[in-house]
Write a protein that binds this ligand. Sequence first.
Ligand code: ZN
Length: 182
Amino acid sequence: MCKWILAYVCVAILFSYLSLLHPQARIVLPDYQRPRLAIELSGHIIFGLIASIPLLNFRLISLTGLACVLIDLDHLTVALGFPVIGNPDHSIPFAILSGIVLALVGPRRMRRELFAIGFIVLFAHISFDVFAGWLSFQLLLPLNFAVFTLSTYYWLLLEVVAICISLMAAVSVKAKFRGLWD
Ligand SMILES: [Zn+2]
């Protein structure tokens, strides 16, 4: 599992530098504020754990909970003083890339779940961000820097989507195991 976490951390940090491509660099303050730090951290972990329960695997569920916090490593670019937008990893291309990397470093039999975790983490993480009042995301970065502003009540929809992705991954693995397809 350490290998999976290390791989996720590397992608999260490297991907965040893509925000330097933004034509109009600007700093957005990170969503972690000291008095609320414990709530933010535990909130992200809990949302990640809940979303990944259908995977029914302790290591995969723990990875998802942890990665739901690690995705915010994209704040490092701001913390290091780069004039960039704040949440570059909160994007669908990042979910795809992190999923591919996790699938590649994991064992073959877990590839589907590990790929799905890239998406489960993104949706569960954004769900708590929205719940906590952080509503603007560049969901297509670095393909497009348009800002998508979500409504507060989207948090529930996003968490349900994350749970559904877990379910689909779990069902797909079971079906493969039984030889229903593949
Ligand atoms: Zn965030």
